[in-house]
Design a protein around this ligand. Structure first.
Ligand code: HEM
Ligand SMILES: *[C@@H]1O[C@H](CO)[C@@H](O)[C@H](O)[C@H]1NC(C)=O
Length: 167
């Protein structure tokens, strides 16, 4: 019994990349929205003022006023680029070490800035909502693939936030 529980815990903590076909449906739909960096960050902040409040540059500012600023554009580009880097690595087992490195770095940078797992979950909800509303023709399979992409991404990011490395 104890052995079974141990195995279950180990499996839950193991990183898996997406299949090639899952990865392709994420890539195809992301390509339809990824040039809308400002709109994506706007949606995230609009739906989560507590996330906006974590940014020294944007805390206590009116979202409608900052959304056209250069700082906003710069940060929107950074976030979208980080997501693109991860998505581009998906669907190929050989990229697993690169995925772990890039997501550990992302986790570490956010740990230093006090981002919580709850805020990451809300960030995910906003991004998925944006993709669903703007990537025309998103299938149920594609939506499942997106969920898996975030789940696997967050295994590594959260492991880094908590200080227990993922296997
Ligand atoms: C998948 C989710 C996320 C991605 C891909 C992402 C991406 C990034 C990137 C690429 C940077 C720039 C890093 C740097 O310049 O060193 C950054 C900075 C930052 N992120 Fe995130 N982020 C995510 C989620 C979050 C969440 C949930 C929060 C919640 C509070 C957050 C808060 C911040 C803050 C405060 C900064 C620092 C901004 C600054 O120093 O000017 N991020 N993020
Ligand atoms: C978190 O990421 C940093 C930077 O990549 C890395 O040095 C550290 O070992 C990681 N921590 C865990 C628990 O994975």
């Amino acid at each position: 019994m104890k052995v079974l529980i141990l195995v279950a815990v180990l499996v839950a903590g193991t990183y898996a990349t997406l299949t090639e076909s899952e990865a392709n449906s994420v890539k195809t739909s992301w390509n339809l929205v990824k040039d809308k960096e400002d709109e994506i960050l706007y949606a995230i902040f609009k739906e989560n003022p507590d996330i906006q409040a974590r940014f020294p540059l944007f805390v206590s500012k009116n979202l409608e006023e900052i959304k056209t600023s250069a700082d906003f554009k710069t940060h929107a580009d950074k976030i979208v680029k980080a997501i693109s880097t991860y998505i581009n690595l998906l669907g190929n087992e050989a990229n697993t070490p690169a995925i772990k490195t890039t997501l550990n770095e992302l986790g570490q940078r956010h740990k230093d800035r006090g981002a919580t797992t709850e805020q990451f979950e809300k960030f995910k909800v906003s991004v998925l909502k944006y993709v669903k509303e703007h990537a025309t023709g998103l299938t149920a399979d594609a939506e499942n693939a997106w969920n898996k992409a975030f789940e696997e991404m967050y295994k590594i990011v959260f492991a880094n936030l908590s200080g227990n490395p993922v296997s």
